[in-house]
Design a protein around this ligand. Structure first.
Ligand SMILES: [Zn+2]
Ligand SMILES: [Zn+2]
Length: 290
């Protein structure tokens, strides 16, 4: 039997046309205005194509993968909405490049309060002015970079949610299964200064990252709860300001083959210790003296 699944490359080629981008854009705008779908004539008028044959040809190329047809008219599918979001996120790429801001917190390496955020090649990088250490970086869309005055808050929560989904085995970009293994590979652009990172990758799309286990457990209820029970809200601290999330001093290598790590999270006179296996799963936790 022939494989009837659509070829992803063919599906993407279907968008590669200005008219089709206009159709996706107009369906998105209509949805924002409260229309869950648009009748054929309304959509045609909004796209501004007078030639019916031409309009219909482009619309039909999108139906199925990106546009859903119902008795009420046409609407974006999930993939169509993702494409519309991607087009929205990607505007202002050139304007965003080079944006630099002071960042709160102190450097895990030298201890100076000299951090800054720099936007380059569609990533936010958090680095230290004093010692040159790059603490953390993550992809972030250019559009909000140029438009939001709370950029660092937005970037931080975006990064944490991305990491939490990856840690839970779900790709933050496409929803497919994500898995990882600990590796001592040192990428040039490494997040944190640790001997091992979890290399996570999506089974279906481009998403992948090399992350310190401290970054992956930041939103774990056991970590959040340990702080909350002692009157500390982790939400008041940026991820790059949590030394235990990023620095080797808080990691003990229990085994090398396969690797197994212990992360120590100190607070006042106590510490939460998490044992993490080769797949990045927290297998045990203890609270004891610092
Ligand atoms: Zn520094
Ligand atoms: Zn994915």
């Amino acid at each position: 039997m022939e494989d009837e699944r659509p070829d992803p490359a063919d599906a993407l080629a279907a968008i590669g046309n200005e008219r089709r981008v206009s159709i996706l854009y107009e369906l998105q705008q209509a949805f924002r205005e409260g229309h869950s779908s648009l009748p054929y004539a309304d959509l045609k008028r909004r796209v501004g194509l007078r030639d019916s044959g031409n309009f219909n040809y482009h619309l039909q190329r999108l139906v199925g993968q990106f546009v859903r047809k119902s008795s009420d008219g046409y609407a974006l599918t999930y993939a169509g909405r993702k494409v519309a979001s991607a087009l929205t996120a990607g505007v202002f790429t050139e304007q965003a490049d080079g944006t630099t801001l002071d960042a709160p917190g102190t450097c895990y390496e030298c201890g100076d309060a000299a951090l800054f955020a720099r936007y380059e090649e569609e990533r936010v990088h958090i680095a230290c002015e004093s010692c040159g250490e790059e603490l953390l970086h993550n992809p972030f869309p250019p559009a909000p970079t140029t438009r939001r005055d709370d950029l660092l808050d937005a970037f931080e929560v975006w990064t944490r949610r991305w990491n939490a989904l990856a840690a839970a085995g779900t790709c933050p970009e496409c929803g497919s299964r994500m898995s990882g293994t600990l590796t001592d590979y040192r990428p040039e652009l490494g997040t944190g200064n640790v001997p091992y990172r979890l290399r996570v990758s999506c089974s279906a799309c481009w998403a992948m990252a090399n992350l310190p286990v401290g970054c992956l457990v930041r939103d774990d209820p056991r970590v959040v709860g340990f702080h909350a029970e002692r009157g500390v809200s982790l939400d008041e601290r940026y991820l790059w300001d949590l030394d235990w999330a990023l620095h080797r001093d808080y990691l003990t290598v229990l085994d090398d083959d396969p690797p197994r790590l212990r992360l120590r999270i100190p607070l006042d006179s106590e510490a939460l210790r998490l044992t993490v296996d080769n797949e990045g799963t927290v297998v045990s936790t203890t609270v004891s003296e610092r």
